[in-house]
Write a protein that binds this ligand. Structure first.
Ligand SMILES: Cc1cc2nc3c(=O)[nH]c(=O)nc-3n(C[C@H](O)[C@H](O)[C@H](O)COP(=O)(O)OP(=O)(O)OC[C@H]3O[C@@H](n4cnc5c(N)ncnc54)[C@H](O)[C@@H]3O)c2cc1C
Length: 418
């Protein structure tokens, strides 16, 4: 059954990238429809339980990144608050230490010896001006080897890089992309959003037409356009954006899948989200000798009932559910949280944080497929594994906007045959 309407652009997937693509087409005067198999939001979706609001795992919006530029262009000004870094702790050997966010806390921290403090101080001073283009194609591990840091300083730098990029695979991760991400955090900081990332999803959803709960089964090229076969019938489009979340999901929809080569594995995490009746102390603990991180999303953001808190505990790199849950609960206890007393507990054993990470062996960000790399002019792609700009949500929003623009251009040069 064909519904009759001919869309300029149909977007497959209503996560951040697909919604950004739809908003871009709509704001440029095109007719766009975003088709989403579940609820809009994808991995940036929030859930409400017993008065607590949960992102899917810890989510921090980079304030100086390309993503916020896309949001602001569409009149979305995210409201939130920075995490209180001075209250953060680091864990090593089962003990807590001062977080080393800047020179003063660095000097006080017991996580580093005197030599480690000097090495990290030098690195902190040089990071803002580091030319990341010269690091593209070098892995984080190779870069750290070159720096010749002591074990304590290297452990700390690796922990901060995990926190900034979500990646624990430093042998594969491109140092150019990772250091750019660190620079972004140091320059402009991040924000924990009031009410979670629903702000972004609701803002973008209001700027384009979205059909939720409708899965796209296939894309069938026809003269001058594409038939989008969905659970609810066939939509006809002049162009399509595939924003399905991962390279595999995109390949599955493309009739003639392009050869993107080996893009590497998805970046994964195990997540323990907790709604708590009281605010725990310290709450924020970044593991130095373990790839674990506990953060309070609320407070500072408003996501919990009065006096309560929302904690997110993460293991960078998911393994088996049983082992990860055990480690997440142990790390929560180190952060002063007793998981047994949580009002709400949600364990997400294996979340895909990003479809791929920028791989050093592919030249870093430049090695990710372009939005137009489908072999078909009328079909573009987007997501956090697409395009040469940004990581995580920044990449999704930036590639979403670019894919929407390219799709509308293709649509405007196409006449569909009725
Ligand atoms: C635990 C965790 C923590 C994170 N923390 C941060 C952070 O702090 N900062 C940051 O910048 N980023 C963070 N991210 C990354 C960020 O959430 C993602 O980069 C972003 O949300 C991905 O958006 P997307 O649109 O590219 O993909 P997705 O959100 O995966 O959206 C794809 C959508 O397509 C739909 N879909 C797929 N196939 C079909 C089909 N055939 N028909 C219809 N619909 C389909 C899916 O249902 C889904 O909704 C985090 C991610 C996770 C998991």
């Amino acid at each position: 059954m064909t519904t009759g309407a001919v869309w300029d652009v149909v977007v497959v997937g209503g996560g951040l990238s697909g919604l950004a693509a739809g908003a871009e087409v709509s704001s440029a005067g095109g007719r766009a429809l975003v088709v989403e198999g579940h609820q809009p939001g994808g991995r940036a979706r929030v859930s409400e339980r017993d008065g607590f609001t949960f992102n899917r795992g810890a989510h921090a919006l980079y304030l100086g990144g390309p993503g916020i530029g896309v949001l602001r262009r569409h009149g979305i000004d995210p409201q939130g608050t920075p995490p209180p870094l001075r209250r953060y702790r680091m864990s090593s050997g089962g003990r807590l230490h001062q977080f080393t966010a800047g020179p003063a806390s660095l000097l006080r921290s017991s996580v580093l010896g005197a030599r480690g403090k000097a090495q990290v101080a030098r690195l902190l001073a040089s990071l803002p001006r580091m030319d990341t283009a010269t690091l593209a194609g070098t892995s984080v591990s190779a870069w750290l080897d070159r720096l010749g840091l002591g074990a304590d300083a290297e452990g700390l730098v690796r922990a901060v890089l995990r926190q900034a990029t979500y990646s624990a695979d430093h042998d594969g991760l491109d140092a150019g992309a990772a250091v750019t991400q660190l620079q972004l955090g140091m320059r402009s900081g991040v924000s924990y959003l009031h009410g979670g990332w629903a702000q972004l999803i609701n803002g973008l959803t209001a700027r384009t037409q979205v059909r939720a709960g409708c899965k796209v089964r296939s894309l069938e090229p026809v003269a001058g356009g594409i038939e989008v076969v969905t659970d609810a019938g066939i939509e006809r489009a002049r162009a399509v954006v595939v924003a399905a979340g991962t390279p595999d999901a995109a390949r599955h929809l493309l009739a003639d899948p392009p050869d993107w080569g080996d893009l590497g594995r998805a970046v994964s995490a195990a997540c323990l989200d907790l709604g708590l009746a009281r605010v725990p102390r310290p709450g924020w603990v970044l593991g130095v000798d373990t790839p674990l991180y506990s953060t309070l999303q609320s407070p500072p953001a408003h996501m919990a009932p009065d006096g309560g808190a929302v904690a997110a505990v993460i293991r960078y790199g998911a393994r088996s559910a049983e082992v990860d849950r055990h480690d997440l609960e142990a790390h929560a206890r180190l952060a002063g949280i007793d998981p047994a007393t949580a009002v709400v507990t949600r364990f997400l054993a294996r979340m895909v944080v990003a479809g791929t990470q920028p791989q050093a062996r592919l030249g870093g960000l430049a090695g990710r497929p372009a939005v137009t790399a489908t072999g078909q002019r009328a079909i573009t792609i987007c997501g956090d594994w697409v395009g040469a700009v940004g990581m995580l949500a920044d990449a999704s929003l930036a590639s979403g906007a670019a894919a929407g623009t390219a799709a509308l251009e293709a649509a405007r040069s196409t006449t569909i045959v009725a």
